[in-house]
Write a protein that binds this ligand. Structure first.
Ligand code: JHZ
Ligand code: ZN
Length: 415
C-alpha cells in the first residue's frame, strides 16, 4: 500500500477550534491499531504502534486524542468493520430511517446521502422504500457489499472538496446521515463544511456519535483508540456546527455503543428544548471544564488493576477463559490491561472477515462463535460489552452448560 504523508502526526492545537489550550488528562501509552488484525502470530512484520493520549480543549471543550494516524493506514485495505453483524444495530438503523421517512415526508423525489455508509446497513432501508440514495465510504470491502444491497456507493473519503464537486454537479440532499464517523475524521472542520454544502435549504443532517458523558461516567476508556479522534459533548458540538453556519437543533440520547447522541443539524437556527436542556446539564455537571476529566486517569487505572487481578485469580484457580467480540474497543482493553494468550485462549466473533485473524498486539486468535460450545471455556470476557444483551440472548446454551460472562466496564463483574 502506498502511504502518502507521515504515518502519524501529533497535534499541537485543538482539532475543532484551533486553540492552543490543550490539556492531556489520560495517557494510555502506545497501542497498535485497533482494526488492523494480523493474519498470523508471526508474519515477520512489526505491528506499528502509536501514542494514545486524551486531551481537553480549554477553548471549545472538545475532548480529543492528540495523535492523528494517517487515515489511509486506518481505513484502507482490509478494514474489517462491517456494520451488519449486529442485529441490534440493524434494528436501530431501520427505526431511524422509518422515523425520518415519516417525519420529513420523504418520497421517490427525495435524496438521501450517507457519509461512511459502510456495507449499506442503513441506506438499504431507503432503497426498499424507493427513495434514491448515495453512499460515500473509503473502505472498498464494505462498499462492495453495499452495492450488492443495491446501495450505490462512491468509494472515497468525504471531504470539503468532494462536497464542492458533488454540489457543482447539482447534488443536494434532504437527509444526510453520518453515523460514527464525525469522531473519525482528521479534518473535522472540512467534514462539517462539506455537510453544510450538500444540505438542501430545508434538509437535515442526522449524525450519531458516542457521548463523552457516559464514556467518562461509566469508565468506557476502551472506546478510546486511534480511529476515534474526538469524544463529543453537546457544548463542543454546538460550537463546531455554528462555525459552519449549521445549527444543532435537536438531540436524542441513545444507548447504542455505550451511550451515544443522535444530532439533528440544519441550516436554519431553531434550537429546541432537548439541546438547551443538555447544554445547561453539561454546564451544571462541569463537562465544559477540565476538572470533570481529572479523576478519569485514576479510575481507569483502578479498572485495569481490578480486571487483571480478577482474570489472574480465575486462571490461578484453574479456570479457562475466552473472550467475545474482536471489537476495536477490545483491542484497547487487552493491550492497555495486558491481557494476552496466557489468560485468554481465543476470541470469538461473528464477523467472518475477522475470523482466522488475530487480535492486534496480543495476537489472540479469533474464531467463530461456535468455538464457545466446542471448547466450553469456564468464562468469557465480553469485549463487545455494548452488545451484552444480544450476546447473552444468543449464548443461552453456553450459559445453560455453566458458562459465565465477565463484563469489564464500568467495573469488572461476573454475570
Ligand atoms: P462493535 C467499531 O468499533 C469501529 P467496535 C468503529 N470505529 C466505531 O466507531 C464503532 O464500531 C461504532 C461482533 N459481534 O460494533 C461484531 C458478534 O460477534 O461494538 C464486532 O466485531 N456477535 C467504526 O469494533 C464486535 O462484536 C454479536 O452478536 O468496538 C462488536 O464491535 C454482536 C452484536 C457483535 O464495535
Ligand atoms: Zn477547541
Amino acid at each position: 500500500m502506498m502511504i502518502v504523508g507521515a504515518a502519524s502526526v501529533t497535534e499541537q492545537v485543538c482539532r475543532s477550534c484551533g486553540g492552543s489550550h490543550i490539556n492531556t488528562f489520560l495517557k494510555l501509552g502506545t497501542t497498535p491499531l485497533a482494526d488492523r488484525l494480523p493474519s498470523s502470530i508471526d508474519d515477520g512484520e512489526e505491528e506499528p504502534v502509536f501514542p494514545l493520549s486524551v486531551a481537553f480543549c480549554g477553548d471549545c471543550s472538545l475532548v480529543q486524542i492528540t495523535e492523528t494516524v494517517n487515515p489511509r493506514i486506518l481505513f484502507a485495505n482490509a478494514y474489517p468493520y462491517y456494520s451488519s453483524f449486529s442485529q441490534a444495530l440493524l434494528r436501530h438503523s431501520r427505526d431511524n430511517v422509518l422515523d425520518l421517512i415519516e417525519r420529513r415526508g420523504l418520497h421517490s423525489g427525495s435524496f438521501v446521502i450517507e457519509l461512511a455508509s459502510n456495507d449499506g446497513y442503513l441506506l438499504k432501508n431507503y432503497v426498499e422504500a424507493g427513495i434514491p440514495v448515495l453512499g460515500i465510504d473509503p473502505a472498498d470491502g464494505p462498499a462492495a457489499v453495499a452495492s450488492e444491497f443495491g446501495v450505490p456507493t462512491h468509494v472515497a473519503f468525504f471531504t470539503r472538496e468532494l462536497a464542492e464537486s458533488l454540489r457543482r454537479q447539482g447534488v443536494r440532499a434532504d437527509v444526510i446521515h453520518a453515523n460514527n464517523v464525525l469522531a473519525h475524521v482528521a479534518d473535522t472542520n472540512g467534514f462539517v463544511a462539506g455537510i453544510a454544502l450538500l444540505l438542501k435549504d430545508d434538509g437535515v443532517a442526522v449524525l450519531e456519535a458516542p457521548y463523552v458523558e457516559p464514556m467518562i461516567d461509566h469508565c468506557e476508556f476502551d472506546t478510546i483508540y486511534h480511529e476515534h479522534l474526538c469524544y463529543f459533548s453537546v457544548t463542543a458540538l454546538d460550537k463546531l456546527f455554528r462555525r459552519h453556519g449549521l445549527y444543532l437543533n435537536e438531540i436524542k440520547q441513545l444507548s447504542i455503543h455505550g451511550g451515544s447522541l443522535r444530532l439533528y443539524v440544519e441550516l436554519q437556527e431553531r434550537v429546541g428544548v432537548s439541546v438547551r436542556d443538555q447544554l445547561a446539564h453539561e454546564k451544571a455537571q462541569g463537562i465544559d471544564a477540565i476538572d470533570y476529566y481529572i479523576d478519569f486517569s485514576a479510575t481507569v487505572d483502578k479498572l485495569k488493576v481490578d480486571l487483571s487481578t480478577l482474570l489472574r485469580r480465575l486462571k490461578a484457580d484453574g479456570a479457562s477463559i475466552a473472550a467475545y467480540g474482536a471489537a476495536a474497543k477490545g483491542a484497547t482493553l487487552i493491550n492497555t490491561v495486558g491481557i494476552g494468550r496466557d489468560l485468554i485462549d481465543f476470541v470469538v466473533d461473528r464477523n467472518t472477515h475477522k475470523q482466522g485473524k488475530y487480535m492486534p498486539g496480543q495476537k489472540i486468535p479469533i474464531r467463530s462463535t461456535e468455538a464457545l460450545l466446542e471448547a466450553q471455556p469456564d468464562y468469557v470476557l465480553v469485549l463487545a460489552w455494548n452488545f451484552l444483551d444480544e450476546i447473552m440472548a444468543q449464548q443461552t446454551e453456553y450459559r445453560a452448560r455453566g458458562g459465565k460472562f465477565i463484563v469489564p466496564v464500568p467495573n469488572p463483574r461476573i454475570v
